[in-house]
Write a protein that binds this ligand. Structure first.
Ligand code: NAD
Ligand code: TYD
Length: 355
């Protein structure tokens, strides 16, 4: 049985990972350390919070004493590190939190692992430190090509620069100290429990309320879309079979222009709930707005390495994944309301005390 420290397990990908792993994959024990920022919502894991193999700890990955205590108390042998400030737009208006959590927080976790996994003068090689990162560290592509693991780093936003920095620290701990690390760099995730500030849930939420659908610039920026459960499976695969010290790119085989994504959401909603009260399609809500500063034009992933070396490839197509995702948001309107109006705070303050 592994004793897994998941950081940021109350966020979008982390909560999907915790649920998926407990449900399908193992008898592992999971300790979820999450600070509960605006993006972290304990209600995301309400259905599993009483599972005896699960423990939630509210706290900051930058708190060295707390992290050290968790490693000791729980005899942690595996880390899956999701916790981060993750929204590019927020990193443009307030980069300090990104430097603190994404760089200093990762450093702090690496130090705790290095200390805890030292046995007889050498680091225990059966342990694993898996760092979840992003394709954005590689910069922006032109119309052709795709990011490979060997593509030079060229981050352009405070968010991607902070993630690049954390990747370098993880890599340095492997080369310098022999810490058994793994890094995954994935493309844009989508699915259930994503906070409605990112493109897909924001568009679904606004379209349901008849609000403007803001499309940055000309709407032709391209992202590769990865269904979150496919991503969780990729992480589990890398944990089980990945080679220590290596990086694996994870992609969804679904490159789309932003405007195509927005059209898809409008069309699915029109079909599922009918046209708007004014008799118009939700496409009529689309509004082109001022572009994001330094907006990366295109991301694309070459996932040959994880496919050929570890046997993972995405199972869910974009069309299938988008239908599932829109259905989830339709069936979970109270969840959207609770994370956007702040009432979920009452829930967690009752459960876990005030921050
Ligand atoms: P998210 O913003 O939904 O969740 C982040 C979680 O981390 C939240 O629960 C938050 O409370 C927690 N957190 C933030 N600061 C913390 C701190 N100092 N201490 C403890 N917990 C803290 O993020 P996400 O979309 O689930 O992304 C998870 C990871 O995957 C991030 O590292 C992100 O960089 C990476 N990633 C995400 C995407 C994507 O499309 N969402 C794509 C590539 C990589
Ligand atoms: P986002 O979901 O913020 O992810 P990232 O910036 O990490 O790729 O944005 C995805 C794309 O959608 C990106 O090109 C910016 C664009 N976008 C919009 O056009 N409108 C929006 O309201 C948002 C949030 C994003």
């Amino acid at each position: 049985m592994k004793k897994v420290l998941v950081t940021g397990g109350c966020g979008f990908i982390g909560s999907n990972f915790v649920r998926h792993t407990l449900q399908y994959h193992s008898d592992d024990r999971i300790i979820n350390l999450d600070k509960l920022t605006y993006a972290g919502n304990p209600a995301n894991l309400k259905d599993i919070e009483k599972n005896p193999r699960y423990r939630f700890v509210k706290g900051d990955i930058c708190d060295a004493a707390l992290v050290r205590r968790i490693f000791a108390e729980e005899q942690i042998d595996t880390v899956v590190h999701f916790a981060a400030e993750s929204h590019v737009d927020r990193s443009i208006t307030g980069p300090a939190d990104f430097v603190q959590t994404n760089i200093m927080g990762t450093f702090n976790l690496l130090e705790a692992a290095r200390e805890a996994w030292l046995k007889d003068g050498a680091l225990h090689q059966d342990c694993r430190f898996l760092h979840v990162s992003t394709d954005e560290v590689y910069g922006s592509l032109g119309e052709t090509g795709a990011f490979q693991e060997t593509t030079p780093y060229d981050p352009r936003s405070p968010y991607s620069a902070s993630k690049a920095s954390s990747d370098h620290l993880v890599s340095a701990y492997f080369h310098t100290y022999g810490l058994p690390t793994l890094i995954t760099n994935c493309s844009n995730n989508y699915g259930s429990y994503q906070f409605p500030e990112k493109l897909i849930p924001l568009i679904i939420n606004n379209a349901l309320q008849g609000k403007v659908l803001p499309v940055y610039g000309d709407g032709k920026n391209v992202r590769d879309w990865l269904y979150v459960i496919d991503h969780c499976e990729a992480i589990l695969t890398v944990l089980e079979r990945g080679k220590i010290g290596e990086t694996y790119n994870v992609g969804g085989n679904s490159e789309k222009q932003n405007i195509e994504v927005v059209h898809t959401i409008c069309d699915i909603l029109d079909e599922k709930v009918g046209w708007m009260p004014d008799g118009k399609s939700r496409r009529s809500l689309i509004t082109y707005v001022k572009d994001r500063a330094g907006h990366d034009r295109r991301y694309a992933i070459d996932a040959t390495k994880i496919r050929t070396e570890l046997g993972w490839s995405p199972k869910v197509t974009f069309d299938e994944g988008m239908k599932k995702t829109v259905s989830w948001y339709l069936e979970n309107k109270p969840w959207i309301a609770s994370v956007t109006d702040g009432s979920y705070r009452e829930y967690y303050e009752k459960m876990y005390g005030k921050r």
